[in-house]
Design a protein. Structure first.
Ligand SMILES: [Zn+2]
Lengths: 477, 802
């Protein structure tokens, strides 16, 4: 087993760019093993009056589209369908499929026999279905076909035990789609769309798994479902065409992904492009996603520096994992044992101490951001514009070249200004929050106008301009 | 604010201090992840639409998948231990359907009827395939002709053509790694039968009447009205035992002959005894380090509890009283507490063979009587438990021999399912996923109430009919601390055009203060608090559907002050909750006339255009909550339900003969050494030629164990006749060698609490400090060490020893 990663070119994950918003486009198709039709009906496309779903067509269509362009990638999940398809293929088709897997262009996520339910199943049967599915992948595709991301995108609720089992199966991360509406709001407020989930108290770390909550269930952004099942407009990029819409469509897309970017704490986002039994006519999708990628990349309005590319769940995990990491070198050394390889050339040491003061400010700002976020939750005041400002500023500084201090002085000054303004704005907000939270006479929750809190941001030079000094009582460092 | 703060304090407070620490004192490395330690249940689309219906939807399919699982595990084990030829195709088929059944639209019940029928058919075929493997293996082990056939019974309708005859034998296979004791019930002719164990000894058996409500199941064509009941004690681990059953009259006629046969057969039998693998299962359960049967609480001496009074100040207990009139159900005062709790005046009075108070016992059964009798007593009992009925003949209270007295009411109810369209509402429809009652009023089902008590030397039963479509049988087996509730629901009428969600409510006088516990996937238990969530504030929560959680094996409540725990174990996934203090609700069956998710069909299961009948079992267990031994018992018992030993019946055959039967090997265990208490052989299957997949599990939890709970198993002493050689340890899914796997090191914000259940609601902030140890190569000669809840997976090279 050792060393197989060299053969499976997983280092061919797309190159992300520090400082840019890296947009991972994940083409995928969600295939239930039974619902309105049986497994066989879904596979062969029979009972088309009930549902047009046709899994064998999806496999063929995706396979031939992937051959058109080396950049394209696709994520499959349910091994039961793959196995049925595989049994019916000739040697050459199998070889093609296998090489696409080895190149990291076809990836299996989850890889259980099906995407299992969690609420109602028994753990032994869960283990059996994962073992069976993963074994079939191993028998057919070899070690390169081994899924690294668990993929429970449509399951209605998630159990701790299932999570614990996934962690112990060696998955690097878990992607989930459905979260209770109110809990989702809280997760957004508390910056928990990605979180570390502990599946079992008794097993502790053995049962921990990084979990990503998908932004839009597992569907494409609004208006960008290019399947024949959807009626969204294709992208027309010929400026001479009367139907030209590329600018408008791309702007719309960028607006959506920038909104999404706010919900995650680093410079990678994952855009699922698919749905239930999509990609029967894979060309629809790939042609339009190609155009989207080209146009976003070259679009003059691409002010926010968006780096967009085809990707897979495991490449996304890798990018997030490596994001901002200093121990990339160490990681690379261990690559023999690790599913991910990493480029040696992403390894720098010089930036540790560049521009120490900016770093200090950004750390303070980050700490302050946590405080503001918590207070806004505690005081039930909800998300505010000021909080967005600070989140954005901290994100900007932390996530981009700024923090490494390699940027020019002019840029650095600009960052300092943005940070300071955001902190200033938020300080006022914090005062409001605290008024709400502080008990007043008679237990009233109404803000007491006379009460004001001023936050001292200059204690590092033991100076405070105000005569009211408040140390963050609940949240004090 | 204070309330809100308590709910979220742990993530908030932790993250605040630690975020700053991270920022100031540590290097910035990668995203810092927040932590989560609870789960995502129940899922709601919006404030009106909780997908807590799927926990119960299609209850018969859910149960069939569970049953099929036992056959799959059994066939896999026997394939290995009996060294059979290649059966890969059969196992491939079985894995196909068992895998597909786990899909989030399949086992959840959200499929069209024809899809369900198709998969049910596939499951039947798979079980048949497994039976071929099982038959082959059993014949090989028993030394019986390869043509010997076995049959399965329709136990779900108490019907079995192969036992409704004068002579037959059964084989009970136990796939668990410890001996299991279980009651056996076989539909028989109205005659006296004798039951023989493999040594030819007659064992105690009784005949009891099949409940009326079971006999009326339309599908049940059998005319048979009685069941034979006996206790199969200590069925060997990873093995089986056979019992021979024969009509007594026949015995008498051939009495002299039988004696002779017995002599002969004894001789032959002892020859077989010489074979080295005979009877090596373990009857003695002593020396289990974490579990000492002799000390289980239910066996403690009866103390004088004359002054123990059952108090009755719980105003929440819903106990509708049956009346003669069928149409008055709605007028029951649901808030009226139960006033009829009986009280054990002197615990010494029961548990002894002679009853001190003789008026209570109208029928004194002869000690070895085969027949059961209808009794006019107002209680049933065994040496641990007494269950009383009140003047309305409704179950009213329960006493344990150790002085625990609780009130107990068992009642069926239904909620009318919401139909938004009829009410001009824009809410989503209920369906296979979504459960929403039209209002918060549960309708009691008690329009045709009737109670009959039957007593025998093996089991005492209360047959309780609540309505034409809802009834139950309460069973107390001798020497068994479990109360079995055999419930039956259906056909649920929809003549009023109302969809119905039928549930059963167990009401006690416990004060659980809104706290209850449900299991996750049959393993860990997760704490729930009524109307609350661990990490966020669920305002606008639907107080009914929003409090339902999946119960895949067990739900329990505890009264901390009175030190009592009441658990209900189930035989399939069901939605469960504790909406009123002291009560446990479990959703049994759903027949509704709307669709929620585009499957375009109603959850309206019928057979021949009539609503289906669902039958299942709940197991009630009541204990003092601080008694650790009994926690261990509960864990073990849950496994015995999950992998309940299955009964094979000899195929109807004129030549069935005890003489021929007794010379065969009728008792077998493939386990070489007794395993420590708490160790479960989770997987034993052929992996490749000469390779096994083996999973060992320590199913105990830290809170259960007395010592550290660490168990050791030596693989070389595991299986009889099978030599395990090289061992490779893998991750749980057996697709990565453990030493080739390095988990990613993510940065997290704060620490995990040591025990979520202790933290949630109690605010006990003790933090976990665990680290991951290095992985070493595993050597076959060393002990497999299993910490509580750990499962270890091995691919093992093996060879047969003879
Ligand atoms: Zn789905």
């Amino acid at each position: 087993m050792i060393g197989y990663q060299r053969l499976c070119k997983h280092e061919q994950c797309p190159v992300t760019r520090d400082g840019a918003l890296n947009v991972h486009i994940i083409p995928h198709s969600h295939m239930d093993a039974g619902w309105v039709k049986t497994f066989d009906d879904y596979y062969y496309g029979t009972k088309s009056s009930v549902s047009s779903a046709n899994v064998q067509l999806i496999y063929h269509s995706v396979l031939s589209e992937l051959l058109h362009d080396k950049r394209r990638k696709f994520t499959f999940s349910e091994t039961a369908y793959f196995w049925r398809w595989w049994k019916e293929q000739r040697g050459t088709t199998r070889a093609t499929f296998r090489s696409l897997v080895a190149e990291g262009r076809i990836e299996f996520a989850g890889g259980g026999w099906v995407q299992s339910d969690e609420a109602t199943v028994d753990y032994l049967q869960l283990l059996d279905q994962y073992t069976w599915g993963l074994r079939k992948l191993n028998d057919t595709l070899g070690p390169c076909g081994k899924p690294k991301a668990a993929w429970q995108i449509d399951t209605y609720g998630h159990t701790r035990e299932h999570t614990s089992l996934l962690a112990q199966m060696g998955f690097d991360g878990l992607f989930i789609g459905r979260v209770e509406h109110r809990e989702r709001e809280t997760m957004i407020e508390e910056d928990k769309m990605e979180f570390m989930w502990r599946g079992s108290d008794v097993l502790g770390k053995m049962s921990d798994i990084m979990t990503h909550t998908l932004y839009n269930l597992y569907n494409a952004p609004e208006g960008f479902c290019f399947d024949f099942l959807c009626s969204d407009e294709p992208i027309v990029e010929d400026p001479d065409s009367k139907s030209y819409n590329a600018d408008k469509r791309v702007n719309d897309f960028i607006t959506q992904i920038e909104r999404q970017a706010k919900y995650y704490d680093h410079d990678n986002i994952m855009v699922t492009m698919g749905g239930d039994f999509t990609y029967q006519s894979a060309a629809n999708w790939f042609i339009n996603i190609d155009k989207l990628i080209n146009h976003v990349t070259t679009h003059p309005a691409n002010m926010s520096d968006i780096n967009i590319f085809y990707s897979t769940p495991s490449c996304y995990l890798k990018s997030v994992y490596l994001y901002g990491r200093r121990d990339k070198a160490l990681y690379t050394e261990k690559a023999d044992h690790l599913p991910y390889g990493s480029d040696v050339n992403t390894y720098w040491t010089g930036f540790y101490t560049s521009r120490p003061s900016l770093k200090y400010l950004s750390k303070r700002a980050h700490a302050f951001l946590q405080v503001v976020k918590q207070l806004s939750v505690l005081s039930r005041m909800g998300d505010s514009y000021e909080l967005h400002l600070l989140r954005h500023a901290v994100g900007l500084v932390l996530h981009h070249d700024a923090i490494t201090g390699t940027s020019q002085q002019r840029v650095a000054n600009d960052f300092i200004r943005i940070l300071s303004e955001a902190i200033e704005a938020c300080s006022k907000k914090v005062s409001q929050f605290l008024s709400v939270l502080t008990p007043t006479w008679g237990g009233s929750r109404r803000p007491k106008n006379s009460q004001q809190f001023i936050i001292c941001h200059q204690l590092n030079i033991s100076q405070c301009r105000s005569n009211v000094l408040w140390t963050l009582e609940i949240s004090s460092p | 604010m204070a309330r809100r703060a308590t709910w979220t304090a742990y993530p908030v407070r932790r993250s605040a201090s630690l975020a700053v620490e991270h920022c100031v004192h540590e290097k910035e490395t990668g995203p810092v992840l927040e932590t989560k330690q609870d789960d995502f249940f129940p899922l709601a689309y919006d404030k009106h639409s909780y997908t807590s219906g799927m926990f119960t939807s299609r209850p018969t399919f859910k149960h069939f998948v569970r049953e099929a699982n036992v056959f799959q595990q059994t066939a896999r084990q026997l394939q290995v231990v009996a060294n059979l030829g290649n059966n890969d195709d059969l196992f491939e088929e079985f894995s196909w359907i068992m895998g597909v059944a786990q899909d989030h639209n399949v086992i959840s019940g959200a499929m069209r009827p024809y899809v369900k029928d198709y998969y049910t058919e596939k499951l039947h075929l798979a079980v048949q395939g497994a039976s071929v493997v099982i038959t082959e293996a059993i014949n090989k082990v028993r030394g019986s002709p390869t043509t010997t056939e076995y049959r399965l019974c329709y136990f779900n309708i108490s019907s079995c053509p192969n036992t409704e005859v004068e002579r037959f034998y059964i084989i009970i296979y136990n796939s668990l790694a410890w001996p299991v004791t279980m009651p056996v019930r076989l539909p028989i002719l109205n005659k006296k039968y004798d039951v023989f164990d493999p040594l030819g000894h007659k064992i105690k058996a009784v005949m009891i009447k099949i409940p009326d409500h079971v006999m009326k199941i339309p599908k049940r064509r059998s005319k048979v009205e009685d069941e034979l009941i006996f206790i199969a004690e200590n069925i060997p681990a990873l093995g089986f035992r056979s019992y021979f059953v024969e009509e007594t009259n026949i015995n008498r006629k051939k009495k002299s002959l039988i004696k002779k046969i017995n002599k002969n057969s004894q001789k032959k039998y002892f020859i077989r005894q010489a074979s080295k693998d005979n009877l090596t299962y373990f009857n003695d359960n002593e020396n289990y380090d974490d579990y000492d049967y002799s000390k289980t609480e239910t066996k403690v001496e009866f103390g004088d509890i004359g002054d123990v009074k059952v108090t009755n100040d719980n105003n929440n207990v819903i106990t509708p009283k049956p009346t003669r009139s069928a149409q008055t159900t709605k007028s029951y005062d649901l808030t009226k507490p139960n006033e009829n709790i009986q009280e054990v005046k002197n615990a010494n009075d029961f548990g002894n063979d002679k009853m001190a108070d003789n008026d209570a016992m109208k029928y004194d059964l002869e000690k070895d009587s085969y027949y059961s009798e209808e009794s006019s007593d107002n209680f049933i009992k065994n040496k641990y438990i007494q269950i009383n009925i009140d003047e309305y003949r409704k179950i009213s209270s329960l006493n344990l021999s150790n002085g625990v007295n609780i009130s107990l009411d068992i009642q069926f109810f239904y909620y009318v399912s919401d139909e938004p369209a009829k009410l001009n509402s824009s809410k989503r429809n209920p369906g296979a996923y979504i459960f929403r009652s039209i209002d918060s009023h549960p309708e009691p089902i008690i329009d045709d109430f009737e109670t009959t008590i039957f007593k025998s030397n093996v089991v005492e039963e209360i047959h309780c009919k609540y309505s034409k479509y809802a009834s139950l049988t309460l069973k107390l087996y001798a020497n068994n601390p479990i109360v079995e509730v055999d419930w039956l629901v259906g056909p649920v009428s929809i003549n009023d055009d109302l969809g119905k969600e039928v549930f059963i409510r167990y009401t006690t006088d416990l004060e659980n203060k809104g706290v209850f516990y449900t299991d996750a996937n049959g393993r860990q238990t997760v704490k729930r608090i009524r109307d609350r969530r661990a990490l966020y504030e669920p305002y606008n929560l639907d107080h009914i559907a929003g409090n339902y959680y999946p119960v895949t094996s067990r739900i329990y409540i505890e009264d901390m002050k009175r030190n009592i725990r009441v658990s209900v174990f189930n035989d399939r996934s069901q939605g469960g909750t504790s909406l009123l203090d002291g009560s446990i609700d479990l959703m049994l069956h759903r027949r509704i006339l709307t669709d929620d998710s585009g499957v375009q069909t109603f959850l309206n299961e019928t057979e021949n255009d009539v609503g289906i009948i669902v039958r299942g079992t709940h197991y009630l267990y009541i204990t003092k909550s601080n008694y650790k031994q009994n926690r261990l018992f509960e864990k073990k018992f849950a496994k015995e339900i999950e992998l309940k030993p299955q009964i094979l019946i000899s195929k109807l055959n004129r030549n069935t003969d005890k003489k021929k039967w007794i010379i065969l090997k009728n008792e077998f265990s493939s386990l070489k050494t007794k395993l420590p208490f708490g160790v479960h052989i989770l997987t034993l299957q052929k992996w490749q030629t000469n390779k096994l997949l083996l999973r060992l599990e320590n199913y105990l939890e830290q809170v259960d164990v007395i010592n550290d709970g660490i168990k050791k198993v030596f693989l070389k002493d595991l299986l009889k006749n099978i030599k395990l050689k090289n061992v490779t340890e893998t991750v749980l899914s057996a697709n990565i060698n453990l030493k080739d796997w390095t988990p990613l090191q993510w940065q997290i914000n704060g620490s995990f609490v040591k025990n979520f259940n202790d933290f949630y609601g109690n605010h006990k902030e003790e933090f976990s400090t665990d680290t991951l140890g290095p992985v070493r190569d595993f050597n076959i000669n060393e002990a497999v060490v299993l910490v509580p809840q750990q499962i270890r997976t091995f691919i093992v090279d093996f060879e047969y020893e003879n």
